[in-house]
Design a protein around this ligand. Structure first.
Ligand SMILES: Nc1ncnc2c1ncn2[C@@H]1O[C@H](COP(=O)(O)OP(=O)(O)OP(=O)(O)O)[C@@H](O)[C@H]1O
Ligand SMILES: [Mg+2]
Length: 412
């Protein structure tokens, strides 16, 4: 019989465009993660990172959660849930507040962060995250932890992320239909960053790019803090579609040959290497040159990289990402993609796998798991911060709670 979840067990639920992934992990006293359950199911009902069919999405989530629950031998009642899609917007905002007693305390920090988030949010959007960046006290910039510092006037920079209220409501609806509660809705690139980036990379400046099936999610870090986020509604499924159309082959075959023989850079492919592919409608199989396949893939990935480059330029941090670019998500597994990205960005590029050592390590050393494992890391960090003063003044949790509260109100 299934036993009830003990406290130090967390669940990450990544509802992606191509797959739903549920990961269950327990944490020891030192905060080390041990994955004890994995559930993986084809995603039906998602388009470009947002829910387009509630019924099908509920079924996919149920299957993945049941599988993870069985493997972990525990009931799953709550999860950290990812959110993505082109509806996501982000903005850097500044707040100013007086330091009441000449020395910064938690209340001062709360006030300045509340001032920073007081901005016009479109009526159909809700705030998902308010992520503190740095503080300035009486003109002294770059303060990471202001508590206890003397001064008169404090400024705080924050990164505010908003998303469509109805997109968030639809996720919550699916979660509840599966008998689950969401601990928090977490922007997917923030989750992926937790699992693939090192602290040094974030300090030096890095652009994390999660290229999934339906969306490409970007997060730029500098000086240890998040500076820019964006979502581009183009990813691996577009490449599969291009291949299916170009070679008049079913999508399942296109997907298979993309993964097995695809390359994002024509110049890396052997000109004489031929593969055999199925045709639509039971026609005989045909031979196809690998470079012809690369000729279809390269322009699409090149276009995507140019869009990422434009986003980096818009962020203003292109010259400040000393660590370069980290690619993750399923499409980062495409051969030649790292080399192509280096040509476009003129920066060092690496492929980011989930940074996890332990049980089931081999099974999860795949970039499709970055968001799911990152959701667990995010959840752990959030739970660890509880009780620490920093969490008190991180309005992020409060905002998350407020959106949950609002959504709960709607669907109670
Ligand atoms: N080895 C590989 N080579 C090329 N593409 C791959 C490989 N492995 C997976 N993919 C592609 O990665 C995509 C799925 O990645 P992922 O699981 O990260 O997406 P997702 O989370 O379901 O979608 P999204 O994040 O966009 O909502 C698919 O388009 C798949 O074809
Ligand atoms: Mg994804």
């Amino acid at each position: 019989m299934a036993k009830k979840l003990p406290d130090p067990v967390l669940v990450g639920l990544d509802i992606g465009t191509t797959k739903v992934l549920a990961v269950v992990a327990e944490f020891n006293a030192r905060g080390q993660m041990k994955i004890i359950g994995l559930g993986h199911h084809r995603s039906k009902g998602m388009k470009k990172g947002v829910i387009s069919d509630i019924e099908s999405t509920v079924q996919s989530i149920q299957r993945a959660v049941e599988e993870a629950s069985l493997m972990a031998n525990c009931d799953i009642s709550s999860a950290y849930v990812g959110i993505a899609g082109a509806h996501i917007h982000s903005i850097n905002s500044l707040g100013v507040a007086p330091i009441k007693n000449g020395e910064v305390d938690e209340l001062d920090v709360r006030h300045v962060l509340e001032a920073a988030r007081a901005m016009a949010v479109p009526s159909d959007h809700s705030i998902l995250h308010v992520l503190p960046q740095d503080f300035t006290i009486d003109g002294q910039k770059g303060i990471h932890d202001p508590i206890g510092m003397s001064g008169i006037r404090m400024e705080a920079g924050v990164h505010v992320i908003t998303g469509s209220t109805s997109a968030a409501q639809n996720i919550m609806k699916c979660i509840r239909r599966c008998g689950l509660e969401a601990n928090a809705l977490v922007l997917e690139q923030i989750a992926s960053s937790e699992s693939v980036l090192s602290h040094d990379e974030r300090d030096l400046g890095v652009c994390m790019v999660d290229i999934g099936g339906g969306t490409t999610d970007i997060a730029v870090y500098h000086d240890g803090f998040i500076k820019h986020t964006a979502v581009i509604p183009i990813a691996g499924d577009h490449v599969t579609n291009d291949i299916a159309i170009a070679f008049n082959t079913p999508k399942t075959v296109a997907e298979e040959i993309k993964k097995r023989f695809g390359n994002a850079l024509i110049q890396l492919v052997d000109k004489h290497h031929e593969i055999e592919i199925d045709s639509i409608g039971g026609r005989p199989t045909r031979k196809l040159k690998r470079w012809a396949l690369a000729e279809v893939i390269e322009p699409r990935i090149d276009e995507l990289m140019m869009m990422i480059q434009a986003e980096l330029d818009r962020s203003g941090f292109h010259n400040l990402i000393g660590s370069g670019v980290v690619l993750t998500g399923g499409t980062s597994g495409l051969d030649g993609i790292v080399e192509l990205a280096e040509e476009v960005f003129h920066l060092p590029v690496r492929r980011g796998l989930p940074n996890y050592q332990g049980n089931l390590e081999q099974a999860v050393r795949n970039p499709i798991f970055s968001t799911g494992i990152g959701l667990l890391e995010y959840g752990l960090a959030r739970q660890n911060r509880k009780g620490r003063s920093l969490e008190e003044y991180s309005t992020e949790e409060k905002m998350s709670k407020s959106i949950m509260g609002r959504l709960k109100g709607i669907f109670a």
